[in-house]
Design a protein around this ligand. Structure first.
Ligand code: C2E
Ligand code: CA
Ligand code: CA
Ligand code: CA
Length: 276
């Protein structure tokens, strides 16, 4: 009983239910990480197929921990989601990325921007905050893509309402990791979805056979039928890119084209003549 009480106190203190000591340490450090300048946004180009021309990018956050070095989002985002720190982190990523891509667009390129949103961010005033950030950064609503996963609560009317508000304002909504969750088709009818992002696990099994292409082909057909844009994720080889073109996919991202990179590196890719 003492043990249980101690455990309970520990949880309340750290805010990570069932968190390990390691998680607690990270959880504590995550509060204020944006304000202290420890977060970075990396940008992964999204290319048009088959030309390979960059027509947008996805913002992916990294944490430069003062003692531990770079920590990937797969490690700290789930912790930030549990503690609630994701709200301030998400707001910072959105503002930073909108300002950066607005600057690239001012150089004359038409570019869209994908920003990931955790389910926990999607309640109470999310749409208002996004719309305010667009106004503050001068980034056009129609070039912003909010990427949500199938873990968003479609049964929560408040969440559904936030996404409809954003969509009504012109912001596009993408279903990320499409096909890996559950009740996929229900999401398509209840949420204002514009874009399906084909999960990298389905791209990874493309091998020139009908069997390997089964899910990717199905998602692409579904997209065409519903008049949705489809973006293939995790394209790592020329063979996969070629097969995606054959299957009718027009948009992709992956290491084969470019890894996520700091803004300065992408500036050099977008505007090569201006870097000497
Ligand atoms: P995601 O949204 O599905 O992002 C795609 C992930 O795949 C990224 O990992 C990216 O670096 C990686 N990737 C891109 N191309 C390839 C490829 O060709 N092969 C392979 N194997 N991987 C590739 P990353 O940057 O580590 O992000 C992991 C996840 O963390 C993201 O998955 C997203 O769910 C989450 N995340 C990242 N930034 C944010 C953020 O600002 N807010 C929220 N809420 N979540 C974020
Ligand atoms: Ca994403
Ligand atoms: Ca994804
Ligand atoms: Ca993912």
């Amino acid at each position: 009983a003492d043990e249980a009480m101690y455990e309970n106190k520990r949880r309340i203190k750290s805010g990570v239910p069932g968190g390990t000591e390691e998680e607690e340490a990270l959880a504590a450090g995550l509060w204020g990480a944006a304000e202290r300048g420890e977060l970075r946004v990396h940008y992964q180009p999204v290319v048009e197929l088959p030309t390979g021309e960059i027509n947008g990018m996805e913002a992916l956050v990294r944490w430069e921990h003062p003692e531990r070095g770079t920590i990937p989002p797969g490690v700290f985002i789930p912790i930030a989601e549990k503690t609630g720190a994701i709200e301030e982190i998400g707001a910072w990523v959105l503002a930073e990325a909108c300002a950066q891509v607005a600057q690239w667009r001012a150089g004359g390129r038409r570019l869209h921007l994908g920003v990931n949103a955790s389910p926990r961010q999607l309640t109470g005033g999310f749409a208002d905050r996004v719309i305010r950030t667009l106004a503050e950064t001068g980034f056009p609503a129609t070039e912003l893509i909010i990427e949500v996963t199938e873990s968003v609560q479609v049964e929560n009317p408040a969440v559904v309402a936030e996404l409809h508000l954003l969509h009504g304002h012109g912001v596009r909504i993408a279903l990320d990791d499409f096909g890996t969750g559950y009740s996929t088709l229900r999401y398509l009818t209840q949420l204002p979805i514009d874009i399906l992002k084909i999960d990298q696990s389905f791209v990874a099994v493309l091998n020139g056979t009908a069997n390997g292409a089964m899910v990717t082909d199905t998602v692409l057909r579904l997209g065409r039928m519903m008049n949705l844009t489809t973006i293939a994720e995790g394209v790592e080889s020329a063979e996969q890119a070629t097969e995606l073109v054959e299957l009718g996919c027009r948009s992709a991202q992956g290491y084969h084209f470019a890894r996520p990179m700091p803004a300065a590196e992408l500036t050099a890719l977008l505007y090569p003549a201006e870097v000497s």
